[in-house]
Design a protein around this ligand. Structure first.
Ligand code: NAG
Length: 477
């Protein structure tokens, strides 16, 4: 089985994969070059044209459900791969990434026979719309939760009748080899789903520029998002959707449920070391509870000892790479240089000597202009500040070029709704942080990007709308 589905890269180039918690070499994976990308595109186009574009709903539904079954069957293996490769805690991968991957397959499997249009009356007679697949699509996937985010793209793309090329992240590609085997085992026709590992500026760029690829869905950094948009603009104007991270504001009011707020706010910036685009990295706390809240926040997060993500007892894993660690440490140094007040986070104190560990870090009384209040750190670094009134916290929350996800903690339901209404973000969570649901749309405002993953809106992104107009008044021309 494996021999049939795996192909070596054209020029023998490879990507070396390491375990971020030890720095040890894990595996060597073929790095797709332009010729490999082209081969994948040709195979994807052949599959699309030969039969996939006209495949039955029931075929696509059965295949997606079968893939969900296989993901669940091999959940432990997939979670182990994400743990050793992406540094995600094993139990988080199992409970979130892998579980959501299966759930998302099933959710979109249910949409396959509900992709209907509308009918309208027009002066000449009747019009109706139908949703059609776009054709050969591609997704370029980030390393932070690679399996789950891959399936956010794969399931709706396939449900809508597209073929898909997946470019896995070079920092964490191992789940991709496994996924490709599951796709083959589930019985997807050859070429419907192709998986490539490779460098962003080689394989990712070739996909973005390829004249036969009609859509790219990207989740990752703003810098790469811009390059993909430029590639599309320069070549065939392929559709591009981008989810480019955030600087999530979290607003904690004095009347909030204390335990609930603390549990969610601490999770919001420590889970997966804050390497989550919806991380709650800007924490605004109301004056009356500020000192007490900050003290308790510090108590609960400062001593988290990092360790092996495979162990059940580990609460904190490594960052994904040495580069990412250097980047996060650079932000911490910059904050100190800007005289931002450190609450806790003494680099290196308890971290194991090997691996890319950064202690949980927090700054308090952070000014709106501070770099760590404005830029996405993508690490376990909290920026905390005080607010007095609702108007003030809305202004602070909106004072960002990002607009992905916000959180509000209050027991006043009308206030929660007023803030949800005023905050410029694609998602607002009330009295919680960080829920992922297959049936709710997720995506950004402002420079957090555009397009949506998940939900009905996520499905629409993978279709073209055709409008058919029928003249019913032949004699009256
Ligand atoms: C967000 O807050 C800013 C500053 O208070 C305000 O100008 C803007 O209108 C707000 N956005 C919305 C959608 O209310």
């Amino acid at each position: 089985m494996a021999d049939k589905v795996e192909i070596k890269g054209a020029e023998g180039r490879t990507v070396a994969v390491e375990n971020p918690s030890t720095g040890a070499h894990l595996a060597t994976v073929s790095a797709a070059q332009a010729a490999d990308v082209d081969r994948a595109v040709q195979s994807s186009l052949a599959a699309f044209n030969s039969s996939w574009r006209r495949s039955e709903h029931s075929t696509r539904r059965a295949l997606l459900n079968r893939l969900a079954d296989l993901i669940e069957r091999d959940a432990e293996e997939l979670a182990s791969l994400e743990a050793v490769d992406a540094g995600m805690l094993y139990r988080m991968s199992l409970g979130l990434s892998v579980a959501q991957a299966a759930e998302t397959c099933r959710y979109f499997a249910g949409w396959t026979d509900k992709l209907d249009g509308q009918s309208m009356r027009i002066a000449e007679g009747m019009a109706y719309t139908q949703r059609e697949p776009i054709g050969v699509c591609a997704t370029i996937v980030p390393w932070n939760a690679p399996l789950m985010i891959t399936i956010w793209k794969l399931a709706p793309a396939i449900a809508a009748g597209n073929t898909l090329i997946i470019k896995t992240p070079e920092l964490a590609p191992l789940y991709g080899q496994k996924l490709a085997r599951l796709v083959a085992e589930a019985g997807f026709p050859p070429g419907v789903i192709n998986v490539l590992c490779g460098l962003g500026h080689v394989a990712g760029q070739t996909l973005s520029e390829h004249p036969l690829v009609r859509k790219v869905s990207f989740t990752g950094s703003a810098a790469v998002g811009r390059r993909i948009l430029e590639s599309s603009a320069r070549t065939n104007l392929k559709r591009v959707t981008v989810e480019l991270g955030g600087k999530g504001p979290t607003c904690v009011f004095a009347d909030a449920d204390w335990e609930n707020a603390l549990a969610h706010v601490t999770a919001g910036i420590t889970v997966h070391n804050g390497q989550i685009c919806a991380a709650g990295s800007r924490i605004y706390v109301q004056d009356e509870i500020y000192d007490r809240f900050v003290e308790e926040f510090s108590k609960r997060t400062r001593d988290a000892v990092a360790g092996d993500p495979l162990l059940d007892t580990t609460v904190k894993g490594p960052l994904v790479s040495a580069n990412q660690r250097a980047r996060v440490e650079g932000y911490i140094q910059k904050a100190l240089k800007e005289d931002t007040k450190l609450l806790h986070g003494d680099a290196g104190s308890q971290a194991p000597s090997k691996g890319h560990f950064v202690p949980n870090t927090a700054f308090v009384d952070v000014q709106p202009s501070a770099t760590i209040m404005r830029e996405e750190v993508f690490g376990p670094v909290a920026s905390i500040a005080r607010f007095r009134t609702e108007e003030e916290v809305i202004a602070l929350a909106n004072d960002s070029e990002y607009g992905l996800s916000a959180a509000v903690f209050t027991n006043d339901v009308t206030r929660a709704m007023r803030i949800s209404d005023a905050v410029e973000c694609g998602q607002v969570t009330v009295n919680m942080w960080g829920t992922v649901n297959a049936n709710t749309p997720f995506g950004g405002y402002k420079q957090s990007g555009f397009g949506r993953d998940l939900g009905k809106e996520g499905l629409d992104e993978w279709t073209n709308v055709k409008c058919v107009k029928v003249n019913l008044n032949l004699s009256r021309l």
